[in-house]
Design a protein around this ligand. Structure first.
Ligand code: NAP
Length: 241
């Protein structure tokens, strides 16, 4: 029988390292039970152990965001273990293969685009829709999609990344469509930009810490009921689309 947890529960995808791990730790410190979504069993178990050592009520959930079956099984696992879900942070993301540190649109391998979209965009839709029945039972459901200012059509920042940057533009657009769909409901969805953060993703060559990168996601995951909907935010406020 499902254990009904009376503490709020958050699922973070790609929570075994980097910004996702820091989000998991921050939400745990804020009192959430944290479901650590990660695709690799050993990395997941190690992250859960580290979080528990830090006093977080964490449990592992096997989750490969590129698999429909894995997303469905993850929803069943959250239901079975916590009996509820209040927050979903879609953090898992990949840059995709680069050539000389960039993805040149004039020589773009479309398989790279497909791979990046499958994780960064389709993965978010897949996991969100699998979790929605659980989220809909919460009093204050929140969904945070981890985007990037590289997806901003206004800013056009960072290296030329013709697979990764458009994947985040599309993620922003999907976020806006979900927000329209959730208008008038309790479900609040927003996109977050963590800034330029030292993780595996950046070869640990970036100025911000994972904790700094996690802060905006934690803020959006814990918005009050009258908080903003369907926006794109970093630590300084709205990011131009
Ligand atoms: P990271 O250290 O490379 O971590 C990425 C996480 O995503 C890992 O846990 C990874 O798991 C997971 N992941 C990748 N593919 C997955 C899949 N198919 N299923 C489940 N999990 C998967 O990167 P990060 O810097 O923390 O980035 C986290 C998010 O922030 C990403 O969405 C990224 O686009 C975004 N972001 C990062 C920066 C930055 O400066 N770092 C800037 C803007 C936006 P494995 O360990 O199994 O590979």
């Amino acid at each position: 029988m499902a254990r009904v947890n009376d503490t709020r529960t958050a699922l973070v995808t790609g929570a075994n390292k980097g910004i996702g791990f820091a989000i998991a730790r921050g939400l745990g410190a804020a009192g959430f039970t944290v479901a650590v979504g990660a695709r690799d069993g050993a990395r997941r178990a190690e992250a859960v152990e580290r979080l528990r050592a830090d006093g977080v009520d964490a449990f592992g959930v096997a989750l490969d965001v590129t698999s429909d079956g894995s997303a469905a099984a993850a929803a069943a696992a959250v239901e079975r273990t916590a009996g509820r879900l209040d927050v979903l942070v879609n953090n898992a993301g990949i840059a995709g293969r680069t050539d000389g540190g960039a993805q040149d649109p004039t020589t773009l391998d479309l398989d790279v685009v497909r791979t990046v979209l499958d994780t960064n965009v389709f993965g978010v839709v897949r996991v969100t829709n699998a979790m929605l029945p659980l989220l809909a039972r919460s009093d204050s459901p929140r969904i945070v999609n981890m985007s990037s200012n590289m997806g901003s059509l206004t800013l056009r920042t960072g290296p030329v990344m013709a697979a990764y940057a458009p994947s985040k533009s599309m993620l922003n657009s999907i976020t806006a469509q979900y927000a329209r769909r959730f208008a008038g409901t309790r479900i609040i969805v927003n996109a977050a930009c963590p800034g330029y953060v030292a993780t595996d993703f950046t070869g640990f060559d970036a100025p911000r810490t994972p904790e700094q990168g996690a802060a905006i996601a934690i803020r959006l995951a814990t918005l009050p009921d009258d908080g903003p909907r369907g926006g794109f935010f970093d630590d300084d406020g709205p990011v131009p689309w």
